[in-house]
Design a protein around this ligand. Structure first.
Ligand code: G1P
Length: 297
């Protein structure tokens, strides 16, 4: 298994689409089933061998720092009551080191990633959005396939993508495959557009919240012109990498892999329902309740 040891998790977004739930807590801490969203993201990275995680935070995000800190009292309680599995899961610090830095103003995803420049140095780095969970049982998983693609094809950046409906392209960064007929996976990306209209979208492949970069991304971010409203888009920075001759690949989600977004209520409710319905202990009850609700409607 090839490994990438460093990852950046941007968690600075204000979460205004989830008010009032996010009035005094970060959206990344909203529970999806039993765990806060961001814990799934961290676990997904640790399974693939990541050892150092940098959170790019903003105002009101202290709960994330507290969550990944050691809580001696809770640990003792769990150990003393024989709940060792949960205690182990609690102690993520055993397997990784967490760093925190703060984006001084909400200036876009590209700007947030820029804060990781010194942390990354000359290494490779994954970027995983803190409000997107990717679930699935495929082996190798999407992050491992991204790492393999990076190494096998001498890439400079790899993005995870998934197909979305034409009416949804305006919500995502959309990538254009270099070849009209896809013969190979991963495929080479020739162009990217952030949140295009249905008419301007070059494909239905939407960026799915997972990226792998070498350090060229930081130079590209420096050169990225902010959009209206001052936001520096990561998608635009990747487009600049392509202009500069970099090789950018896309790895599609496959099989049962799903990206769960918690950035708005419609998607958050769907994510919560799925995880609750799959819960080992209570999933049966939740599914029965869902059927009852459907019958009543
Ligand atoms: C961000 C990215 C976009 C990507 C999306 C989902 O948008 O800018 O390119 O497709 O995440 O991963 P946001 O949802 O933060 O507006």
């Amino acid at each position: 298994m090839s490994r990438v040891r460093k990852a950046i998790i941007p968690v600075a977004g204000l979460g205004t689409r989830l008010l009032p739930a996010t009035k005094s807590q970060p959206k990344e801490m909203l529970p999806v089933g039993r765990k806060p969203c961001v814990q799934y993201v961290v676990e997904e990275l640790l399974v693939e061998g990541v050892e150092q995680v940098l959170f790019v935070t903003g105002p009101g995000k202290a709960a994330i720092e507290n969550h990944f800190d050691r809580n001696k009292d809770v640990m003792e309680l769990l150990v003393n009551s024989g709940r060792l599995d949960l205690a182990k899961e609690f102690d993520l610090q055993e397997s990784a080191r967490f760093y925190y830095t703060r984006q001084s103003s909400p200036s876009g995803l590209g700007d947030a990633v820029r804060y990781g420049k010194e942390f990354v140095g000359d290494d490779l780095c994954l970027v995983a959005l803190g409000d997107s969970i990717i679930s699935g049982t495929l082996v190798p998983g999407v992050i491992q396939r991204m790492i393999n693609a990076f190494q096998d094809h001498g890439a400079d950046a790899v993005v995870a993508v998934r197909l979305v409906e034409p009416s949804q392209v305006h919500r995502y960064g959309i990538v254009a495959p270099q070849d009209e007929v896809l013969t190979e996976i991963p495929f080479t990306v020739s162009r990217l557009i952030e949140k295009p209209s249905e008419r301007d979208a070059p494909s239905r492949f939407a960026i799915a919240g997972r990226y792998l970069f070498n350090k060229k991304i930081f130079d590209a971010i420096e050169r990225t012109v902010p959009h209206k409203g001052g936001e520096v888009q990561l998608t635009d920075a990747i487009q600049i990498m392509i202009h500069q001759g970099a090789k950018v690949l896309a790895v599609p989600l496959q099989g049962d892999e799903i990206r769960h977004d918690i950035g708005n209520f419609a998607d958050y409710f769907k994510a919560f329902l799925r995880f609750a319905a799959d819960d080992q202990e209570y999933g049966g009850q939740v599914r029965r309740e869902m059927s009852t609700i459907l019958e009543e409607r």
